[in-house]
Write a protein that binds this ligand. Structure first.
Ligand SMILES: Nc1ncnc2c1ncn2[C@@H]1O[C@H](COP(=O)(O)OP(=O)(O)OP(=O)(O)O)[C@@H](O)[C@H]1O
Ligand SMILES: [Mg+2]
Length: 261
């Protein structure tokens, strides 16, 4: 089967620094694939390379078998790749509903909020966008919060808005950059269930996360980056047992790690 996302020896440089150093990855359709590694390992840069926020210095990125490196960001979103940010980026003065509807803009022909032009198509598309946004509000557990201005939301709720906005672009592949950061234990439990539901609705999830309980609990496969290089890849139990991974990363966290099994 063709992988949904394939990275072939990709490289990203910042001056003399190889932030991503010849990384190859193959993500299968319908899996939850995690990328872990110490701070500065190149995880976010890898996402940025896939989503065209930084240029590649080398290598290829393919989505559904077709090259996407070199395409502009909006084309990649339109093809079905959506992302969230390590530090929440939503419109603070927009309501929850407006924020989520803004994700839908890539799926409209007229542009959102264009109904002022009084075109029939624009009004129908805006109605559809609103209906879909309301479904997503329920899907991410923000029922009853649709009219709240985003800056008044709790941090965990803002993260849920960002995930819903990403889903509003109707992606086949969702890139989540540390969604559990800043969440408490019960919020993280709910997030894990949400990520599984995202996968169960037919999407593929590529996840960056430091929360090892979450990573080990929901990932089919995991790749480990260190200093820009991929040092290991495998199932959670394979990665947990990998000497290089323990030395570079898991070793520091072992006392907190979830019990094996
Ligand atoms: N725009 C940039 N310009 C210059 N250097 C950058 C830029 N973005 C990232 N870097 C550097 O590239 C390396 C990888 O950073 P990156 O943010 O990808 O790491 P990360 O694995 O996501 O870390 P964290 O777990 O802390 O989020 C770091 O050394 C970082 O300082
Ligand atoms: Mg990062």
């Amino acid at each position: 089967m063709t992988p949904i996302l394939e990275l072939d020896q990709i490289e990203v440089r910042f001056g003399g620094l190889k932030a991503v150093d010849e990384v190859s990855l193959s993500v299968r359709e319908g899996e939850i694939f995690s990328v872990i590694g110490p701070n500065g390992a190149g995880k976010t840069t890898l996402f940025n390379a896939v989503a065209a926020f930084v240029p590649l210095a080398g290598g290829k990125v393919s989505f559904h078998g077709g090259r996407i490196d070199g395409l502009p960001q909006h084309r990649i979103v339109a093809l079905g790749v959506a992302r969230t940010w390590q530090n929440v980026r939503i419109f603070p003065a927009f309501t929850v509903l407006q924020n989520i509807m803004s994700g839908r803009i890539v799926r409209t022909t007229t542009g959102l909020f264009a109904s002022v032009l009084n075109s029939k198509v624009a009004r129908r598309e805006e109605r559809e966008a609103e209906q879909r946004a309301r479904e997503l509000i329920r899907f991410v557990g923000l029922d009853g919060r649709e009219s709240v201005v985003a800056r008044h939301l709790a941090y965990g709720e803002q993260k849920a808005v960002e995930i819903a906005r990403a889903l509003a672009t109707e992606p086949a592949l969702v890139l989540l950059d540390e969604p559990a950061a800043g969440l408490n234990a019960s919020e993280t439990e709910r997030l894990m269930a949400l990520v599984r539901r995202i996968r169960d609705t037919g999407r593929t999830v590529l996840l960056i996360e430091h929360d090892m309980r979450m990573v080990m609990g929901i990932s089919e496969r995991i790749a480990v980056l260190d200093h820009g290089r991929k040092i290991a890849e495998g199932t959670p139990s394979q990665v947990k047992a990998d000497r290089a991974v323990i030395a570079s990363y898991l070793g520091e966290e072992e006392p907190d790690a979830a019990p094996a099994g």
